[in-house]
Structures are given as C-alpha cells and as structure tokens.
Design a binder for this molecule. Structure first.
Ligand code: APR
Length: 227
C-alpha cells in the first residue's frame, strides 16, 4: 500500500472550534504568545502558563473532530497513513487515525520539569503543586519556542519515505516543522490545503485554497484519480 503522509497544523482543527495561532495578530486566546509559549514565560509566571494550558486542555473536551479529521482516518482503509501534526490536540486520534506523531507535544500529557522522560497522561488541571516521583514540579508536555523538537528525526524519516504528502492548515512559519517539506522526495506529489495558503515553491505541489474539511475531500479525490 502507498504511504500518504499528512502534515497538519492549526487550520486542521479550526473548524472544530480551536483557534489558530497566527490568525489573531500575535494574540492567542487573548495572550501575548511569548508569555505563554516560551520557557522564559513559564519561569516568569508559571501560574499564568499552567492556567493557559489548563484552559486549552479543558476546551479539548468541548470540541469534536471535524469531517477533515474523519476523512483522513477513513483513508487508512486504502493506504498506509502517517500523520505528523504540529497540533497539541488529540482530534486526529479521536477521529480514529492510528499513526500520529505530535511534533509540538500533547495537551493531554504533562512532564517533569527536570526529567524529560517522565511523561504522564493528564486530563485534569495542572498546577505547581503537582510533582513527579522525585518531588520536582510538572509542566505541560508542550514544545515551547526555542526548545528542541524531540520527534523531529522520526518526522523527517516518515516524510522522506512518503508516496504522497498532504499539508493541511499551516502557515509554514514555524521551524523546524516548516522545513519538513524539504525532505519530500523529488517526484512525490504534494497537496497543500489552506484557507489562506503561504507562498510556497516546491516541485509537484498543488495548492488547494479551501478550508480543511472541503480541501481534504478534494485532495483525496485527486490522489484516487491518479491511480
Ligand atoms: N482550513 C484550513 N486552513 C485554515 C483554516 C481552515 N478552516 N483556518 C485557518 N487556516 C490556516 C491559516 O490560513 C494559516 O495558514 O491555518 C494556518 C494556521 O497557521 P498558524 O496559526 O500559524 O498555525 P501553525 O502553522 O499550525 O503554527 C505552527 O506555531 O505557535 C506555534 O507551536 C505552535 O504548532 C504551532 C506552530
């Protein structure tokens, strides 16, 4: 079976009701991004950052996967599908996708501030009172700006073996995630679905200027018609 690799960003979940990052002019859910998405922000005001991610985590239980997530999950009937997502929500998994790599971490996990390997599932609110087994504080399992991206090597490996790549709902502004498309083999077709796509130059790329739900449907039709 052919391998379809999906690279998804915030626009994938927009129609489920989760706000994107850059559609609100540097503000994310009313916050200056640098205050809540950096290690410095966490050091300066941990309570604000805990509360910010607590709100994001709570919101997850109020939203549902959209038609785009569902179509990608159904694609596993006919193809090998690997999803590399920048999203920290679990909507791909809840739609039924079975191979999902989270480049920027996961809202439903938290980890020790000292031991990066100490990662636990977490569905309730987190605060500075929560500790790992050695008594160190816990933090959201999120890759903040300026931090290493542990899943990057795995993502590069997946992308470089793709037969088809589908990029969905990302402004392609955040590195190293945006650099992943440079690892796509030369003759591999790329479909880039976005309501307001970034300008991209790559061989074999078709830009589909549509919301994710409609665009995914279109891209799948194109992929199936080409066989
Ligand atoms: N369908 C498709 N695309 C959409 C939709 C939609 N319904 N709504 C918005 N978009 C597009 C926007 O046009 C934009 O190109 O989604 C993209 C969202 O871009 P960003 O907000 O920059 O999100 P993303 O690219 O995922 O951000 C990357 O930035 O803050 C960090 O770590 C965070 O993972 C995040 C990273």
């Amino acid at each position: 079976m052919k391998l379809i690799v999906v690279l998804s960003g915030a626009g994938m979940s927009a129609e489920s009701g989760i706000n994107t990052f850059r559609d609100a002019e540097g503000l994310w859910e009313g916050h200056d991004v640098m205050e809540v998405v950096t290690p410095e922000g966490f050091q300066k005001n941990p309570d604000l950052v805990y509360e910010f991610y607590n709100q994001r985590r709570r919101q997850l239980f109020d939203v549902l996967p959209n038609e785009g997530h569902r179509l990608l999950s159904d694609l596993e009937d006919d193809y090998n599908v690997s999803i590399v997502t920048q999203n920290v929500d679990d909507l791909h998994e809840r739609a039924g996708s079975t191979n999902v790599v989270h480049l920027h971490g996961e809202l439903r996990k938290v980890r020790s501030i000292v031991d990066e390997e100490y990662i636990v599932d977490w569905d309730s609110d987190l605060s500075k009172k929560d500790k790992d087994s050695n008594g160190y504080a816990m933090r959201p399992h999120i890759v903040w700006f300026g931090e290493a991206v542990p899943m990057l090597d795995k993502a590069v490996e997946i992308v470089s073996t793709a037969d088809v790549v589908v990029i969905i709902g990302t402004s392609l502004q955040v590195y190293p995630a945006a650099s992943l498309m440079h690892y796509v083999s030369q003759n591999t077709p790329i479909y880039y679905i976005d309501k307001n796509p970034a300008s991209v130059t790559a061989q074999n790329i078709e830009v589909i200027t549509k919301p994710a739900t409609i665009g995914v449907n279109k891209a799948i039709s194109r992929i199936k018609n080409k066989e």
